[in-house]
Design a protein around this ligand. Sequence first.
Ligand SMILES: NC(=O)C1=CN([C@@H]2O[C@H](COP(=O)(O)OP(=O)(O)OC[C@H]3O[C@@H](n4cnc5c(N)ncnc54)[C@H](OP(=O)(O)O)[C@@H]3O)[C@@H](O)[C@H]2O)C=CC1
Ligand SMILES: O=C(O)[C@@H]1CCC=N1
Length: 265
Amino acid sequence: MSRKIAIIGGGNLGTAIAEGLINSGFSLPENILITKRNTKTLGPLAEKGVLVSDNNEEAVRFADLVILAVKPFQVNDVLGKLQSVFDPQKHVLVSVVTGISIDNILKAVGSKLAIIRAMPNTAIAIQQSMTCLSAHEVSNEHVSYIEDLFNQLGRVVWIDEKLMDAATVLGACGTAYAMRYIRANIQGGIEIGFDAATASLIAAQTVLGAAELLLKRGAHPEQEIDKVTTPKGCTIAGLNEMEHQGFSSSLIKGIVASYDKIQKP
Ligand SMILES: NC(=O)C1=CN([C@@H]2O[C@H](COP(=O)(O)OP(=O)(O)OC[C@H]3O[C@@H](n4cnc5c(N)ncnc54)[C@H](OP(=O)(O)O)[C@@H]3O)[C@@H](O)[C@H]2O)C=CC1
Ligand SMILES: O=C(O)[C@@H]1CCC=N1
């Protein structure tokens, strides 16, 4: 399989994917064609040598891998206009669109195309995405190509398609939740004496280190918390106050609210 990639929908996620593909060396810029209606915002990618267009048909003809990254309500219109251009012998379609099932995509393209759903997050731009993948009735060749691609851009897990909405919330919305957690740390850090830049550095690196402890050791968070909480110390005092204020409960309720908001077909 040649390595020509079309990204339809060069918004926040589409451009992040393009950046990740180039930064990782997985793709040469000239092997990526990215589309949107207003191409002006794609200037920085064009400067790196990525092909830019407002013509989705041209993009599909150019590529063998098509990544669909438009908003959910745009899928039927965009794919409907591309029905005659898709070639099941040539193309594999990866959709990162929230809440649109493989069955719905098949109906929209109107042919028996190889379709994989992927749920990455915006850290894909710096090869630190968590990407959940799902497929059915797709060849092993396509599966290993797509797994290889997303493995260059972070970590990958294959999941049952019925868990895709849950993956969207935990893995993709999760970036925003983590940012809010870090921002609150920065706000607190400033209140107890740091300037904003120093508080930001300390907060972000501390979260990175905590995540690495879990990923590298496979430990449970509570095991690592036990190592930090001195009896009668300041950590447990802070943690307990956070819980009295509903910390874990508010996160869980937020996750469920995000999940409930995803339109179920
Ligand atoms: N942002 C995130 O963190 C994540 C997003 N997702 C999903 O990815 C998808 C994209 O999200 P996001 O990047 O945030 O959204 P954006 O709105 O930033 O990007 C969508 C892009 O699609 C373009 N677009 C609209 N219509 C067309 C068309 N007819 N042809 C080509 N391009 C078109 C828009 O540009 P223009 O108006 O100029 O055409 C826009 O830039 C969504 O389905 C979202 O649910 C999934 C995981 C994470
Ligand atoms: O907020 C949204 O709808 C999308 C889905 C995951 C991240 N952003």
